[in-house]
Design a protein. Structure first.
Length: 129
């Protein structure tokens, strides 16, 4: 029987078992500091989802980096977490594209980066090819 939660993407040397997310403690939402980029459309969608004014949302939850916006982080364990992470994603239905597309980022197409990804994500299944 085929696991319907195994996701494959062309040009990636691995598959992803989405069922692993239930066991994981948000490794992709926590760890080293980084940017969680949001587009103007995503800003509007998240603010609406949180039932708040867009300008208030921007001031409270985003930082401006050059011409772009990133979601703020908070201290978490020995690193950082997305400000919307608390035992899970509080904005999951409207999470940014950066979050929705993980672990299928172009960065990880490079096979030399796979060990880094496997440490972070327990759902990685290496192709047998």
């Amino acid at each position: 029987m085929k696991n319907e939660n195994i996701i494959e993407k062309e040009d990636f040397p691995y598959k992803f078992d989405a069922d692993a997310c239930r066991e994981c403690e948000g490794n992709c939402c926590t760890g080293e500091s980084g940017y969680i980029w949001v587009t103007p459309k995503e800003i509007e969608e998240i603010a609406k989802f949180l039932k708040m004014d867009k300008e208030f949302f921007i001031k409270k939850f985003l930082i401006k980096v050059g011409y772009k916006f990133s979601i703020k982080e908070k201290p978490y364990k020995n690193g950082f977490a997305c400000i919307f992470f608390d035992k899970g994603c509080e904005i999951y239905p409207v999470r940014p594209k950066q979050c929705r597309t993980f672990p299928f980022w172009d960065y990880f197409k490079d096979k030399s980066k796979i060990n880094e990804l496997k440490k972070e994500c327990p759902g990685i299944i290496m192709d047998e090819k």
